[in-house]
Design a binder for this molecule. Structure first.
Ligand code: PGA
Length: 249
């Protein structure tokens, strides 16, 4: 059985105190049978992790990490820095990083390898632009993102990943993929994974949907057969909204 996962991505938002209140408000609201992950900015990782200490159902994620072990990379954060403060999850390949930091499938392949080598669980983001969706090539485009960054992995390593499908045209736009559009892509990705690995690996893989998930649409999206939860941006910044989303399975 795949896990239900509600992941929040705070991006570059909230003051320290606002983040603290939000993490406390999430942590103190127990939701049965759902793994909650909070993707918080680097300076808040230690405190957020402390707030959630001892709570098995809420974990903290970094929003990125560098693709090298260590060295002269001013301003960067390494995987071992994350593990040294007790972080177990890292968001990789978010479309905003692909766009603004020019992260491509090859670089993400390196990051995925390094994260796994450090026993970090990558939340690997993929998704197509509006142009690609309109051209009708969205499924092959997103499948290719998986092939190029992930399919070199041995099955046992691939099984450790969480995948987040986030159509770029639905991120922060208020426009959500319809449940049918999300289901179509998630089922296609699962079939793609089964084709490369096997059905057992594909059925065990958690695939989250991201892109304007909110309390009003979470239930229907999460109710789709191949949608195992959400990666939530804007609505994860409000305690009540995010807690409602966590209860939408
Ligand atoms: P959104 O962001 O929920 O604000 O659309 C989702 C994401 O970028 O992870």
């Amino acid at each position: 059985m795949r896990k239900n996962i509600a992941a929040g991505n705070w991006k570059m938002n909230l003051s320290f105190d606002e983040g603290k209140a939000l993490a406390e408000g999430v942590q103190s609201t127990f939701v049965d049978n759902v793994l909650t992950i909070l993707g918080v900015p680097y300076p808040y990782l230690v405190s957020a992790n402390k707030i959630c200490e001892g709570n098995d159902s809420v974990a903290i994620a970094a929003q990125n990490m560098h693709h090298m072990e260590k060295g002269a990379y001013t301003g960067e954060v390494s995987p071992s820095m994350l593990t040294s403060i007790g972080i177990h999850y890292v968001i990789l390949g978010h479309s905003e990083r692909r766009e603004y930091q020019k992260e491509d499938n090859q670089l993400l392949k390196q990051k995925v390898d390094l994260a796994l080598a450090h026993h970090l669980t990558p939340i690997f983001c993929c998704g197509e632009s509006l142009d690609i969706r309109k051209s009708g090539n969205h499924i092959s485009h997103v499948s290719n993102q998986l092939s190029e960054s992930l399919f070199h992995l041995a099955a046992a390593d691939f099984a450790k990943l969480i995948i987040a499908y986030e159509p770029i045209w639905a991120i922060g736009t208020g426009e959500t993929a319809s449940p049918a559009q999300a289901q179509e892509m998630h089922a296609a990705l699962r079939a793609h994974i089964a084709g490369h690995y096997d059905d057992q690996i594909a059925q065990g893989c958690s695939i989250l949907y991201g892109g304007s998930v909110k309390p009003a649409n979470a239930k229907e999206l999460f109710g789709q057969t191949d949608v195992d939860g959400g990666l939530v941006g804007g609505a994860s910044l409000k305690t009540d909204d995010f807690n409602q989303i966590r209860k939408s399975f």
